[in-house]
Design a protein around this ligand. Sequence first.
Ligand SMILES: Nc1ncnc2c1ncn2[C@@H]1O[C@H](COP(=O)(O)OP(=O)(O)OP(=O)(O)O)[C@@H](O)[C@H]1O
Length: 451
Amino acid sequence: MAILALATLQRQVVVVGLLLVPVLAVVCWARLSPISYRRLLADPLWRRRTGRAVRKQWPLIAEACGLSRRTPRVALALVTPPLGVIGPSERVVVPTLRGMSWAGHQLTLRPALLLGQTIGDVEEATERLRLAVAAHRVRVAPDEDQISCRIICRFGDVLAEPFATPLPEADHLPLTRVCLGRTEDEQPWTVDLRVSTLTAGASGAGKGSVMWSLMVELAPAAHAGLVQIHGIDLKGGMELGLGRPLFTRYADDPGTAVRLLEDAVEECERRARGMVGVAREHVPSVEAPLVLVLIDELASLVAYLPDRDLLRRAEVALARLCSIGRAPGYFVFGFLQDPRKETLKARHLFQQTIALRLRDREEVAMVLGDGAISAGAAAHRIPRSTPGVGFALDDAGRLVRVRAGFVDDHAIREIAHRYPAAAQIPVEPLEVDPARPPRSRSPRSRNSEAA
Ligand SMILES: Nc1ncnc2c1ncn2[C@@H]1O[C@H](COP(=O)(O)OP(=O)(O)OP(=O)(O)O)[C@@H](O)[C@H]1O
C-alpha cells in the first residue's frame, strides 16, 4: 500500500516538474534576457493575438467607425460581403480587409473601399479607428495609385524614451541631409539641408533639441570650412550663446541681426550672379561654403521689433533669402513659437516644416498643411512629457513622426571646443541715429497687417 502511494506521489512530482520546468525556463529567460524574450516570444505572441482579434472584429470595427453602408439588396452584387440583415430590403456592407501585415509594432490594414467611398472617408475615421483597435496612433496612407489606401496602426510609442544626439567624428561632413533624431519607424530622421526649414513649437516643445542636433551634425563641416552657420538669437544670446564658437557670424541684438541678414542677401545675390551661365546648382567648397542662417525665435526679428524700419528690413531680407537662396546655397533654418501669418508673413517660403507640440489644430494646419491632422499628424496632442517629439513635412510632402535627439549643455560646450567655425567674421552693427527715436508700429498699421 505504502509503495503504491509512494509511486503515485513520485508520478505527481514528475508531472508537476514537467509542467513547471517550461514555465520556470520562460520566467528565467524573461528575466535574464528581456530583449530576446520580447523579440522571440512575447512580441510574436502578442502580434498573433492582436492580429487575430482585429481580423475577427473588423466588420464590427468598420461599422462602429462609420465605414459601413446600408445598401439595398439589389446592389449586393457590386459590394463586399454583408455584415448583417437589417430588414427585408437592406443590408449593412463594410469594406473587406484585403490584407494585413506586421512590421515590428506596426499593423497595416488594407481595406477594399466600398463603391463611392473615398480615402478621405477613411481618414475622417482615423481617431475612431485608433480607439477601436486600442493603438497609440493610426494614420491613413494613400497608395501610390491614389485609389486605395492603407490604415497604419502603431501600438506603443517607440519615441517615448529620450535619447542623446551622438557627437560626430571630424570626418562626418554631411552636405545634403542631416540626421536630427529618429523616426517612428525606428529609422534615422534626416532632413534636407538644402531647403529653408521652419520649426514651430510651443514653449518647452523642444525646439532647442532640433536646433542643437542640427548644429552638432554640422559642426565638423563648419570646422572644415564647407559650411558657415550664421546665428541670430534675439533672446540676448541665451540659447545660441553657449555654442558661440560654432558660428561664423553671430548677432544677438536687432541692429546686428538685420545687418547680418542683409549681408547674407547681398552675398547670396553676388554668388547667384557669378553662377549665371556656369552652374545651376551650387556645390559647397571651402571657397564658396553652404551658408545656413539659423534664427532662434524668429518672431522677435520679424514681428515683435519695436523699431518699424528695422522690422521691415528684416522681413524683406528674410523673404529674399528664402526665395532666392536655394541655387546659390543659402538657407534659413528658423524656429518660432507662434506660426500665425501675422507673426511670420514669409511662412509659405519655408519648403520644409517641422511641427513640435503646438497649441491647437489651426496651428498644426498652418505649419503642416490642411490635411495633416486627418493624415494622423496631431501635433496639438503631443504630450508635454515628450519634448522633441513632432511631425516633419519634407519638400516632397511626406509626413513623418519623429523625435529629435537631446543635446545637453555639456555636449554643446564639447562640440564648440572641438569644432569651432573655420572663420569668425564680425558683423558691423547698423548705424542707428541716436537723435532719431525708433519708429514704433502704430496700432492702426498693426491692425491692417493682421487683417
Ligand atoms: N529631444 C528631447 N529629449 C528630451 N528632453 C528634451 C528634448 N528636447 C528638449 N528637452 C527638454 O525639454 C525642455 C524644453 O526644451 P527646449 O528649451 O528645447 O524647448 P523650446 O521649445 O526651445 O522652448 P522655448 O521656446 O521656451 O525656449 C528642456 O528642459 C529640455 O531639457
